[in-house]
Design a protein around this ligand. Sequence first.
Ligand code: GYE
Length: 323
Amino acid sequence: MKRMMILLCILAALLLTGCAPTPAADVETYEDMIVVGFSQVGAESDWRNANTRSMQQALSEANGYRLIIDDAQQKQERQITAIRNFIHQGVDYIVLAPTTEKGWDTVLAEAKAAGVPVIIVDRMIEVEDDSLFTCWIGSDFRKEGDNAVRWMSRHFGDEPIRIVHLQGNIGSSAQLGRTQGLDAGLDEHPAWKLVYRNTGDFTQAKGQELVEALLARKIGFDVIYSENDNMAYGAIDALKNAGLVPGRDVTIISFDASRAALEMVMQGEISYDVECNPLHGPRVQAIIEKLEAGGKPPKLTYVEESAFDAATITREIMDGRGY
Ligand code: GYE
């Protein structure tokens, strides 16, 4: 019945846009498919785009899926609306990559009441009742922050350093964990001074803008702790435009370790990059297959991750990188 409803919705949409192929063929095609509504955060970073591509590749028509993606442009209200639409359309599964951790109780209770399983990917959610989601798969962001700080401790010890902290979207697990890591490092090293902290929304443009403003205000700093690669790219552009040499005048720590950033690690512009793996598509596919077969996936799954500096990065690692 649920599947029937979604078929009708898809057909109606196709007819309205005037691009419907022969309906009879379509009904048959979609009837055998697993319909997944994916509420994606946005397109703020290379990490995010790699994550979307991974979902599209794994949950493809060839693999038996009909994937409906909603881009929330980093707004939680838009995600809530998207989830409600998915419920009304009668999708088989909802996959949610949440903007922030809080604020999901009501809408996920609606999904539960409608009997739609919800799989959370990437960032975590904080809900009163854990039965509101089926399972979660993503990264240990606090561990990532601790990893970065361990490198800083090895590299700087108790040297006095002035740190600029570019944060991700406030309230997202990726921001919270990476910030907690740095805060613990600041507590442990009284010689480390935080000279500036602000959110760059995980975007390159905002990262550049923040660092340009700091340079214009003549605020001195030795280290930029950037909570993702795109903000680091923006910061690097700002430094170069001001005649500074990233890696020599300013040490840059970043997160994600996407291919372009690893090139910069190799060139010495980024000193340390903590890996965050966006390739969740096949993992979500495996979860759905397990559920379809009547199995029970683990409630929480953390992806194994590494980190790179000039001493550990190799051409081989970079060539094997899918994002
Ligand atoms: O680090 C950043 C993206 O939630 C892990 O979101 C993700 C983060 C990632 O915009 O680049």
